[in-house]
Design a protein around this ligand. Structure first.
Ligand SMILES: [Zn+2]
Length: 289
């Protein structure tokens, strides 16, 4: 696998490459705009050119660079205004990724806010159909993230994403992001070799393994099925290092990017964020047989 960590894009998306290099990443992930804002200044030609020069420099070394869409987006929202705003913001994320030549855009499917799973999933499908139709011909893919199932979050069941992929029916424009913490918190166990094999078989029977485009590697602060989304350093949570060994040694994921979203700081430890990411990456690399 290509192992890396999420990096800040402060000062320009292109800066993420140098940061990723400091942590010895082979892939990385960024937000291309502030997570707390609906609108961002459009990318100007100068910053696009700068980004492309950096991407070329790191081609095959820190590659791919994955985009994470803003948390604010909720295309499952029952409020028409918020739904439209979310759909347009997703469209904007795809425009930006396309301008930068990036394929993978990770998106949290959304929260139904009490209106129920079925209605929420239908609204997600509608937004995705519109956005993929609007951006026909783009190389970008919306990678729906598997979620922990906190609150009214949709996407904690493999069936949710299977339904969405089927409804949107744009196989070249869609994919799935497998987050180890979320899937574990949602109740799927993969810590033993037997459970890993069973989980993968279930994943294949519902979503299809070919849909998985990217991984988020996080250990979990909470127990199996807790439905709580709290990330922990690799090997220090309820998943444990062995759980990750199955993934990093599975030839089916040989070329897949896997990105850490683990804490960047340790209390009482004065190492910088790059050293902390590298610590987690070293733990993953030590598992490769
Ligand atoms: Zn994640």
């Amino acid at each position: 696998m290509k192992l890396g960590a999420q990096m800040s894009a402060a000062g320009g998306v292109w800066k993420a490459f140098g940061r990723a290099e400091q942590a010895e990443c082979e892939t990385t992930m960024v937000y291309t705009k502030s997570n707390r804002q609906w609108k961002a200044k459009p990318l100007d030609e100068k910053s696009i050119a700068k980004f492309k020069t950096e991407a070329e420099k790191y081609r095959g070394k820190i590659d791919p660079l994955v985009v994470h869409a803003a948390y604010l987006i909720n295309i499952a929202s029952p409020k028409p205004e918020l739904w439209e705003k979310s759909r347009d913001a997703l469209r904007d994320e795809l425009d930006r990724a396309e301008q930068l030549g990036l394929e993978l855009v990770v998106l949290h499917p959304g929260s139904h806010m009490g209106e129920g799973e079925e209605a929420g999933l239908a609204r997600i499908a509608k937004a995705l159909r519109e956005v993929t139709a609007d951006t026909a011909g783009y190389q970008t893919r919306v990678c729906l993230e598997l979620m922990a199932g906190q609150g009214t979050n949709l996407g904690a069941k493999f069936e949710h994403l299977a339904y969405l992929l089927n409804e949107v029916d744009a196989p070249d424009r869609m994919g799935v992001c497998f987050d180890t913490c979320h899937v574990f918190a949602a109740g799927y166990d993969f810590r033993s070799a037997e459970n890993y094999a069973a989980m993968i078989a279930e994943l294949d029977n519902t979503i299809g393994l070919e849909q998985i485009k990217v991984f988020h590697f996080n250990d979990s602060k909470h127990e199996l099925g807790s439905l709580r989304d709290r990330h922990e350093h690799i090997g220090e949570g309820f998943i444990g290092a062995e759980g990750f060994a199955h993934f990093v040694n599975d030839p089916r994921w040989k070329d897949h990017p896997a990105v850490l979203e683990t804490p960047k700081k340790i209390k009482g430890d004065d190492r910088d964020e790059f050293a902390i990411d590298k610590m987690n990456l070293d733990r993953l690399r030590a598992l490769i047989q």
